[in-house]
Design a protein around this ligand. Structure first.
Ligand SMILES: Cc1ncc(COP(=O)(O)O)c(C=O)c1O
Length: 440
């Protein structure tokens, strides 16, 4: 029998009826919408009175609108989630795209597909967010940290090669700050050693590497739409794509394996396990809401403008810092590689800058410039030691990461700056470095 196209979540989606199943859930009403509006749009300082007046007007208009409206009904995994998945698949040039709660669970699905078990090894870069290695740590797989490239701070493919063993199952490159990892050698190593590559593209939605979108080069790629990313699905969210035949199972993997195109006797669906590289596995519930999807669909329309503005800001900083001896410029876009400019990688050469990054960070903080180096090397965190890793020994195998973290790098924000903010930021860095050189 041919498979029927059906929603991946049966709840409330039972179609037209005199007594619809949707009746088991409470609907969203006008007051809920007003609560959302007042949360998302706060009164501006000095404009509280006008704000309250506008709000009263909106309240009355929502009441009127409500009289002509019928509730949305389906709030989770419905038309907007599907539309977002189609839109992101098209944008990324990926066959399958699934919207789930965050990027971290996206990596988890990739690791499960790879058949990762306790004792297996995963190679991750030394400098990344703990989310990159959360699943391997949580099941007792062994995380092996690769050192980073001193210019990009991305995973160094040469060190990955040195660290591959018979137990290696997967590599998880991270496109730090939105600048793509050199994926060609990583993919060559993966083919040679039959490894699964899961791209941590949390920062890289819209970056390109040799004509392909970052996140679509490995076997899996997951993007984050947490509130601090270039665009957000209203706080949390992730997109997972896969180039494997498993891609067509992604939707089911996002929601507890339910298969509504097959039924067991007297019930609505079946729940088959998933077939991974090394046998069957199962997943969890990483479902997302229609409102999150709507938020991201709306922000996606602005993405080209957002990235272009960030790029202009980065180019301005490069122009200002290019004249300063001791500042090492980040790699820029070229014909083959385009960053999302999520973060500005500021590096110094301590021998020529009159001091190291720690001295510069203090001076920037004193000038009110917030910078957050993304990230501390993973071997610094207690969890690794507590799980039995010899973190001292790992540090010795990642000398570039250690030196960069202690002495060379921080990240500057690159968001929707005003001209004045951007000039202030550049002045603050230039003046701080000159003070360091003068020893003041
Ligand atoms: C490099 C990196 N990887 C993974 C993640 C995790 O993304 P999410 O919060 O969507 O799980 C983040 C989020 O900040 C990140 O910065």
């Amino acid at each position: 029998m041919p498979k029927k196209e059906k929603a991946s979540d049966f709840r409330y989606d039972t179609g037209e009826a005199r007594i619809p199943w949707a009746a088991v859930g409470e609907h969203v009403r006008e007051e809920d919408i007003l609560a959302l509006v007042t949360f998302l749009l706060r009164p501006a300082r000095g404009k509280e009175k006008q704000y309250r007046a506008q709000l009263k007007k909106l309240e009355s208009e929502l009441g009127t609108l409500g009289k002509t409206a019928t509730p949305a009904g389906k709030l989770s995994l419905a038309g907007n989630v599907k539309a977002l998945e189609e839109e992101t698949a098209k944008f990324l040039g990926a066959k399958h795209s699934v919207f789930l709660t965050n990027a971290t669970v996206g990596f988890e699905i990739g690791f499960k597909y790879a058949g990762l078990k306790p004792g297996d090894e995963v190679i991750a870069p030394a400098i990344t967010f703990i989310a990159t290695i959360a699943y391997p740590l949580s099941i007792g797989a062994k995380v092996v940290l690769a050192d980073v490239d001193p210019r990009t701070l991305n995973m160094d493919p040469n060190d990955v090669e040195r660290k591959i063993t018979d137990k290696t199952k997967a590599i998880i490159p991270v496109h730090l700050g939105g600048y793509p990892v050199d994926m060609a050698p990583i993919m060559r190593l993966a083919r040679k050693h039959n490894l699964t590559v899961i791209e941590d593209a949390a920062h890289a939605f819209g970056a390109t590497y040799r004509g392909k979108m970052a996140g679509t080069i490995g076997h899996f790629g997951a993007f984050s739409f947490h509130e601090v990313k270039n665009i957000t699905s209203l706080g949390e969210g992730g997109i997972l794509v896969s180039n494997t035949a498993f891609g067509k199972e992604l939707r089911r993997a996002r929601f507890l394996g339910l298969d509504l195109s097959r039924q067991i006797p007297n019930w609505l669906y079946d729940v088959p396990a998933f077939k991974g590289k090394e046998g069957h596995f199962f997943t969890g519930n990483y479902s997302t809401t229609e409102i999150q999807a709507l938020g991201l669909l709306s922000q996606m329309k602005r993405l080209p403008r957002i990235i272009a503005k960030r790029k202009r800001a980065a180019q301005y900083l490069n122009k200002r810092f290019g004249k300063v001896d001791g500042i090492v410029l980040p790699p820029g876009d070229d014909a083959k590689i385009k960053s999302t400019h999520h973060l500005y990688l500021l590096q110094v050469d301590p021998d020529n800058a009159g001091g190291d990054i720690q001295a510069l960070k203090k001076k920037l903080e004193a000038r009110g410039v917030v910078q957050i180096p993304h990230f501390a090397p993973l071997y610094k965190f207690s969890v690794m030691k507590q799980l039995g890793y010899d973190t001292r020994a790992i540090e010795k195998t990642c000398p570039v990461a250690e030196e960069a973290f202690q002495h060379r790098f921080t990240h500057l924000p690159l968001y929707d700056f005003s001209k004045e903010q951007l000039a202030y930021l550049a002045d603050a860095v230039v003046e701080s470095v000159s003070e360091m050189k003068r020893g003041t």
